[in-house]
Every structure is written in C-alpha cells, then in structure tokens.
Design a protein around this ligand. Structure first.
Ligand code: 3HC
Ligand code: NAI
Length: 704
C-alpha cells in the first residue's frame, strides 16, 4: 500500500507515500480508502488528517498510469473523493510543497484544508492537453470564485499557498500553518478542534454545497472565450476548460461533474493530449542514460572555462554565469575577446531594457566572467568547453594544449557540430574525460544540449554533464558519435528533400508555406536564409569529397554561387528590403530554379501541400529510425526531444517519431515506398528503415 496509517492521540494520520511525488496511482487510491475505512471503524478515532510524505502532498493522477487499465480501476480518484466526502469523521487535508491536479482535487474533497506556506497549488492538466477530471472544474470555482479558478484551470500555472490564502472571501484554505515543519502538528490540533465542533453531529462542510455563480456570467464567459480563441492555437483543451467551468455555473453540481468527466475523457483521446503527455515523459526520460544509474557519482563542477569567444563561446558562457558559476573565457586575440565580451554585455543589456534583468544581477554575473588571452589561466577549471573554429586542425591544437595543462579529472568538452568526437578525444591522453557538449545557437537561449558520448567517455563524465545541464536549465539528450549527431544528421535529410521538391516543381515559398502550416515556425528556405546559406555550402563541399555518392539537389549551390547567402547579404532564397527581415519571393531565384530544371530535363509538376509535408517530415522519421537502430539515440522519445527543443518542431505534434506513431507506421512505410518510386528522388533513402519494417511487422510503434 502506498498510503500509511498512524494514530496520534485520537487522530488518524493517513500519509500518501508513493515517491517521487505521491502520484495517485491505483495502490495509493486503494491505500487511502482502506485507511479511511480503518479510521472510521475505530471508535477511538475522532478525526482524520490526510497528508503526503516527501517532496509533495500530491502531484496528481499518476501520469505513468495514463492509457493503462489501472487508471480506471476502482477506486478511481472520483470514488476516493466521494469516500472522503462521505466520511462521518472530519477529514483535514494537510498540504505542503505541491498539490497539483488530482492532488488538489483530493484536497477539495476533504472537509477542511490547512496549507504550509510556499506550497505550489495548481490544476495543471491543461498543460497535458486535458482538464481536471475529478471535480476540479466544479469545486475550485466554488472556493476561489469563477475568475480565479478559470485562470488557474485554463493557464495551468501554480500559485503559492500564501497568495491564495490572502484572497478575500476564499474558502480553499481554512488555515495557513506557521511553517512547513509545523504543518502536521497544526493539522492534528486543528483536526481535534473541528472534531469537537462537530461532536454534536452537525453536518461536515462540503465544497460541493457551496454556490457557484458569476454576476455577469454570460458576458464574462464570452469575453474569456474570445481571449482563448485569440491566443491559443492548435490546442483543444483550453476552450474545454472554459466550457467545464461555465458548466459549473450553469448546471447542478452532479450534472456539471458528469459533463466534466465526459470532456476529460474526450480530451484524453486527442492527438494533442497524447503529444503533450509524451513530451512531459520524454523530457524526463531524456535525463536518464540506460547504463548510467544513480550509483554513478558526478564530478564536482565549481569553475568553467570556455575557449573561443565567437558566436557560440559568449552564449555558452552566459548559461553558466546565469547559474552563478564562474567562467574564464579564452581567446587568441584581444579584438576577438573584446568583441565576444561586448556581445555578452549587449545580450544582458537587452534583457535589462526589457525589464527581465536587474542591473545589480547583471553586474554580479559579469563579475563572474574572467577574460584572458592566456590558456594557462584555465588550468584549474573543472569543466572546459571548446568553441573554436570548426576545423580538425584547430581542435587538435586546442585539445593537445588542454591535455598538457588541464588539471587531472577536468572534463574536456567540445562544442563541435560535425566533427568526430572520438578523433578529438584521441588528441589527448585522457579520452575518458572528453565529451561533446553541442549547444545550439543562440546558446544562451536555445534549450537543447546534445551530449555526445564518445567511445571512451567515462560514465561519471556523462553523469556530470547531465547534472550540469539541469543546473543551467538545458534539456540534455545523449547522442552517440556520428556525422551531425542526432539533430543535424536528420535535418540534412529534411533539407535534401526540400531541394528535390524545388527541382520537381515547387517554389521555395510553397515549401515554406506548407511546412509552416504544419506548425514549424519557419520553413527550410526562410531558415536557411536566416542561418546563412554558405554554412550548408561549406558542409556540402566537404561531403562531396568524403561521401561523393550522396545525391542532393544542386539548387542551393547555384544560389551560393550567385552570392545569395541569405539575410546577411540581403538576398538568399528570398529578396530582402534593406534593414528588413520579411522574405519576398524572388523572380531571380525562380528563374534560376527553372533553368536548373531544364538542365536536368525535368518537366515541373504541381506538388500538393500534403506531399511537401510528408516528404520533409518522413525524411526526419526515416533517418531518425536509422539513428535509433544504430544506437546513436537510445530511445525514440530522445529524438522527439531534440526536435522539439532544438529545431522548432510543432510541440502539439509531439516530435517526428510520435507524429509517425500517430499516423501509423504501416501508413508511413507505405508512403515512403511510394516516394522511393519517384525517379527524381533518392530511392535508396526512401527504403523504410529496417527498424520501421520490423515494428510494422510486429504491429508496434516507436514509443510503444
Ligand atoms: N505522476 C507520476 N509521476 C510524476 C507526476 C505525476 N503526476 N508528476 C511528476 N512525476 C515524476 C516525474 O516523472 C519525475 O520522475 P523521475 O524522477 O522518474 O524522472 C519525478 O516525478 C520528478 O518530477 P520533476 O523532475 O518534474 O520534479 P520537480 O520537482 O521539478 O517537479 C512537479 C515536481 C511540480 C510535481 C512536476 O513534476 C509536475 O509539474 N508534475 C506534473 C503535475 C501534473 O501535471 N499533475 C496533473 C496530473 S493529471 C491529473 O491529475 C488528472 C486528474 O485531474 C484526474
Ligand atoms: P566563430 O568563428 O564565431 O568563433 C570561434 C572563435 O574561436 C573565434 O573568435 C576565434 O578567434 C576563436 N579561436 C580560434 N582558435 C582559438 C584558440 N586556439 N584559442 C582560443 N580561441 C580560438 O565560431 P562559432 O560559430 O562560435 O563556432 C564555434 C564552434 O561551435 C564550432 O565548432 C562550431 O561548429 C560549433 N557550433 C556552432 C554553431 C553556430 O550556429 N555557429 C552551433 C553549434 C555549434
């Protein structure tokens, strides 16, 4: 049982104990009802306290049970709440740290509630694409008022217990404890008090009996509905939250509760909710490396050194400064160092202007940054991150020097985006300390960090990098060593398809529009213009030597030969007015593509939006499957996390691999085979990856 039963004087204390956050899984629910029966069957017990062990009162329904039969096994959460309401002896919820979702709904079923200061109170279901399904939408408005409740239910954000306790007229908390430490003793004392009060047999208070009204309901809900429609796109849950709260004001408690349940069940089946729940689990799963368990102790990182103060070095440094970790940044020339520091300052000053950073915090952060031209100054750093030019020769010089000067046990990381981390490690006598830390640009903003595990990288180095990633608020995903790691290796296939689409008849704007409608913030051509077309050009030149048999469209090379590198040269796939970033379709580019088609002897055809989207997204999926099969990623959900946090994949679709699961791998494979028959495409690439074929044969999914 995951609910403990103890007796203090004449009060029964039921303690939820289902780590990590007392999720209300079946055994916990059963534990509560059994304990409740025991307390009510014991004549010596006068009142009951319901509390939580560890770091939460309760984080809500056990997310791990979703989509499983256990979620609906009796007693369901609704039945547990009914049992609490029907308890003849008063039940006091003692809330500390976290009361979220079903946890808060559970507390709302108790007769009284006492909270510790600093507890985070929320109905965050909307963030999982659902709504509270155990009475939250009908009970919270009764204790906090319709408007506060709707803002909590529709937004899902947590509010501090003190703030809620201070709301005039609130009936959520009967008492605020003096401190978290005193919560339990105060709750027991309060339970005795209310037991004495009801000793005369007077009715126990139930939230369901409180009124639920809004003085201008119709106008208020219309206004709120317009707001939600205007601000939330692609997600059905926020409007359903509103509908449920409105129901609470229009129907009897029981009817509104039944309607809430049916809305909840409906949302649970939506692809958007599946995607959001997948993301929640996937982000947490990404932090776990199959063979690096909690028994591996991370190394201590108190100081960091960054080598190179260019585009990446400055942003990388900012992450550590923001977390209060001192950084020494090294350059070869004073001008480069000054330029790098100026960029760091400019970034912080922009935050100050927007009111996001206080002057004194900025100064504290800058005081942690030591610029130097002398590599020897970093000899005591615990973690060194190299961000110099992307050339093996330069990396070799830097890593040989690091091997000579860095203290024993220092972690030597490279931010390389394409080079072989094992080769880099081999420049040192300590390859076990070498790892890739692939930040994304702008490094102070982008959440993704690809952690590249070399063949010899030590487990405690990986554990350290994962821990430090959390500290600097990055989402870390482990990748094996290969060209482009997880993210760029996949995006190369996506870009290749974008090029073939042009040759076959599409325009850059048609391709961009189709994939932007699918949900990407920017299509491949607008993105290439922003990043600089010359970067891909340089990579393709290198590839044409290393892997001459890769087929790709020459259109991007032709564009670069015209000097159209993108926004930085005022022209790329699109034209740009001076000082503006709006992409204007270019006649010159269209003519260039048309000419190229003639050279290839291709008669252009009309290509529909669906084909554009499928070719781009399934290119990611097929390469993703090969990455998974080759062990470069350890789970499909890691690939989704990379695409959601680093490449702007639409979050409500849950990432490319989940997207494929939702379409059905049989259908995805069939479409790939159709693409393989297109003479202008790469038939070898479109052969469905063996992993996909295996999953189809076994009736399974990537995330199944
Ligand atoms: N059920 C099961 N496990 C949960 C959980 C839940 N509701 N919430 C969090 N966890 C797990 C996480 O998966 C993670 O597990 P791991 O250690 O194995 O990776 C662990 O708890 C810690 O989670 P975090 O890393 O997120 O820890 P934090 O301390 O940063 O945050 C938290 C704790 C605030 C509780 C945060 O986890 C959170 O926001 N959880 C989601 C809460 C939520 O959405 N609840 C609603 C559930 S739906 C519901 O209740 C339906 C009902 O209306 C019927
Ligand atoms: P950059 O050219 O802007 O900066 C590199 C800096 O390193 C220059 O300021 C240079 O003076 C300095 N440098 C060169 N040799 C040095 C040495 N021996 N000691 C100290 N400093 C030295 O390059 P950028 O874009 O910052 O890239 C750095 C690394 O990050 C590369 O490996 C690149 O592939 C990788 N990367 C780049 C991304 C981007 O979007 N720019 C994204 C992710 C990774």
């Amino acid at each position: 049982m995951t609910a403990e039963y103890k007796v203090q004087d004449d009060v029964a204390v039921i303690t939820l104990n289902n780590p990590p956050v007392n999720g209300l899984g079946h055994s916990t629910r059963l534990g509560i009802t059994n304990a409740l029966e025991k307390a009510n069957g014991d004549a010596a017990i006068k009142a009951i306290v319901l509390t939580g062990a560890g770091k939460a009162f309760s984080g809500g329904a056990d997310i791990r049970e979703f989509n499983s039969a256990r979620a609906t096994l009796e007693p369901t959460l609704g039945s547990v709440i009914l049992a609490l309401e029907h308890s003849p002896k008063p039940v006091v919820a003692a809330i500390h740290s976290v009361a979220m979702g079903g946890g808060l709904e559970l507390a709302l079923g108790c007769h009284y509630r006492i909270a510790a200061p600093g507890a985070k109170i929320a109905l965050p279901e909307v963030k999982l694409g659902i709504l509270p399904g155990a009475g939250g939408t009908v009970r919270l408005p009764r204790v906090l008022g319709v408007e506060t409740a709707l803002s909590m239910i529709g937004g899902g954000e947590a509010v501090n217990s003190e703030a809620l306790a201070a709301l005039p007229g609130q009936k959520l908390f009967d008492k605020l404890a003096a401190s978290p430490e005193q919560l339990l003793s105060e709750a027991v004392a309060f339970a005795k008090e209310v037991a004495a009060k009801h000793a005369d047999g007077s009715a126990l208070p139930l939230v369901r009996n409180l009124p639920c009204t809004h003085p201008n309901g119709e106008a208020y809900f219309q206004f709120a509905r317009n707001m939600v429609k205007g601000t939330v796109k692609h997600l059905p849950a926020p409007l359903k939250c509103l509908e449920a709260v409105e129901n609470a004001t229009r129907f009897s408690f029981e009817d509104a509760l039944a309607k809430e349940r049916s809305l909840f069940l409906g949302l649970m089946l939506t692809p958007e909710s599946r995607a959001l729940r997948h993301i929640f689990m996937a982000e947490r799963a990404a932090a776990k490396i199959p063979d690096v368990g909690p028994e591996i102790t991370p190394r201590e990182v108190k100081t960091v050194a960054v080598i190179g103060a260019g585009t990446m070095g400055g942003g990388i440094s900012m992450n550590f400064l923001n977390a209060g970790i001192p950084v020494t940044i090294v350059e070869t020339k004073q001008e480069a160092l000054d330029r790098g520091l100026a960029t760091v300052r400019k970034n912080y000053e922009a935050q100050i202007k927007k009111g996001k950073l206080k002057q004194e915090v900025y100064e504290q952060r800058m005081a942690l940054l030591t610029p130097t031209l002398n590599m020897d100054d970093i000899k005591d750093a615990d973690l060194v991150i190299e961000a110099v030019f992307e050339e093996m020769g330069v990396k070799e010089t830097v890593f040989k020097k690091l091997d000579a000067i860095a203290k024993p046990g220092a972690i030597l990381a490279s931010n390389t985006s394409t080079l072989d981390v094992d080769k880099i490690a081999a420049f040192t006598h300590r390859p076990q300390d070498v790892v890739g830390m692939h930040f994304f640009s702008p490094a102070n903003v982008m959440r993704l960090l690809e952690v590249v595990r070399g063949a010899k990288t030590a487990k405690d180095v990986l554990a350290t990098v994962m821990a430090i990633a959390k500290k600097i608020k990055k989402t870390a995903v482990v990748s094996g060593v290969c060209d482009g790691f997880i993210g760029n290796r996949m995006i190369e296939q996506y870009s290749r398809q974008a090029g073939f689409l042009l040759e076959e008849g599409a325009t850059p704007q048609q391709v961009d529009k189709a994939i932007e409608k699918f949900g990407f913030a920017m299509g491949p051509f607008r993105m290439a213009d922003l990043a600089g077309n010359d970067i891909g050009w340089a990579i393709r030149k290198r590839r044409s030597v290393e892997k001459p048999d890769i087929k790709y469209s020459k259109t991007a090379d032709l564009l670069c030969e015209l000097g159209r590198f993108g926004q930085k040269t005022g022209a790329g796939w699109y034209d740009y007015a001076p000082g503006k970033r709006d992409a204007i379709p270019s006649k010159l580019v269209e003519d260039m593509i048309e000419q190229h088609r003639k050279t290839l002897g291709i008669t252009p055809r009309k290509i529909g939006e669906q084909e554009i989207v499928e070719r781009l997204v399934y290119a990611l999926v097929n390469e993703g499957a090969r990455i998974l099969q080759g062990g470069i990623a350890s789970k499909a959900s890691d690939i989704d996390v990379v695409y959601l946090t680093g490449y702007g994949f639409p979050f409500w679709r849950g990432g490319p691999m989940l997207c494929a699961d939702q379409v059905g791998l049989f259908n995805v494979a069939a479409t790939m085979k159709r693409f393989a028959r297109n003479p202008h495409d790469d038939a070898r690439f479109w052969e469905p990856a063996p992993l996909i074929q295996k999953l189809v044969a076994e009736g399974r999914t990537f995330n199944g």
